[in-house]
Design a protein around this ligand. Sequence first.
Ligand code: NAD
Length: 421
Amino acid sequence: MVEDKKSSQISGFYKKSIKERVEFIKNFSELTDEETKLFSSILDLEIADRMVENVLGTFDLPLGVALNFKINGKDYIIPMATEESSVIAASSNAAKIARIHGGFTTECTDPLMIGQMQLLHMDDIAGAAQNIMGHKAELLKLANDQDKVLVSFGGGAKDIEVRILDSPLGKMIVTHLIVDVRDAMGANAVNTMCEALAPMLEELTGGKIRLKILSNLADKRIVKAKAVFDKEKIGGAHVVDAFLESYTLAVIDPYRAATHNKGIMNGIDSVIIATGNDFRAIEAGAHVYAARNGQYTSLSSYYKDKNGNLVGEIELPLAVGIVGGAGNIHPKARLCKKIIGIKTAQELAEVVASVGLAQNFAAVFALSTVGIQKGHMSLHAKNIAVMAGATKDEIDKIADQMVKEGKIKLDRAKEIIEETR
Ligand code: NAD
């Protein structure tokens, strides 16, 4: 192999055999023989049985890698676990175009999560709120006593905020505990702290604690990624204009924004799943953030720079961890984190946001030009051919014929099989 070992731009990777690809990744990410064997392994049933209840087996997804990513000047190969065809290719293509202008640049906040404690049944709401704020130092100390490990890494409870909310049941206080969770996703850490604070909050307010749990609106844990997509490379000024026209619908119309953001999550979830992170938490946070100004809108934004190139930006909360949770237990998730080569949860969040932007650019670009079906269709046709009963040797021929005819249907696949056998 002649490519620069640390460049993630690898030509013809898709044409290599699975064995050759695995060998390449082994060298790129300096995997051991044992780690390399994990690619073709399934999750040990004993591990699965400890992870969830009533286990019968495991459920597999294809695992591939996105190439060409340069993020803050560093090359990344990014594992993606997904059942959807075209997602990995689309990310890789977008990252290749972004490389022309230096790739992705990112920034992110500290990894701050919010825990909520709901207090009801108080006569003097304002006095109760004041009393909570007056005992902030004691509350933070009690929270930090719950997680010495987190504190030793520079994390821990950092702040308390009090909100008074009106409800059909009357006024209630929601106390927010702000916790720096460092390299963890943080849900368990925050929930433990909130539960520990509950009796003290009841004592301070004379109220009754009900909920004490993390909020998935992680709006203090925000990641931004940005890339410039070269005007000429994508087909000229009229394509940039077509792109911006398409994108604008996602800004103004929730019906389009839902699909636009779903495309972003195609990329994001694939990396989140591959690294053993909680995709429901990421989805919940992303979509509510997209509606933060009262109307659901695009998580990304696009504009032209002074040279007419297309600039893309994305901003969203990403509660990802590289320690704790399922990602710590699942051997393939550990392997995927090693392939990316991340050192902190913040770095993982920056990689994930870049993939989300790449995926979004690729989808809107396709929609603004040739349409999305063209790219989807050849893999889709192969799946249909398999469903129709095509043998290994027949799949490509049947799929090609259906694409040529523009009729990718199960009944047509069956007909072609009959005709050609
Ligand atoms: P965890 O409790 O397994 O690990 C976090 C702990 O690891 C920290 O509290 C700390 O003690 C320790 N740690 C060691 N090194 C660390 C470092 N460098 N940085 C930070 N902490 C370090 O996991 P978690 O991240 O607290 O919780 C994540 C899990 O909680 C996920 O599996 C998620 O699915 C689940 N969960 C989510 C929700 C929700 O999203 N609403 C609710 C409940 C549980």
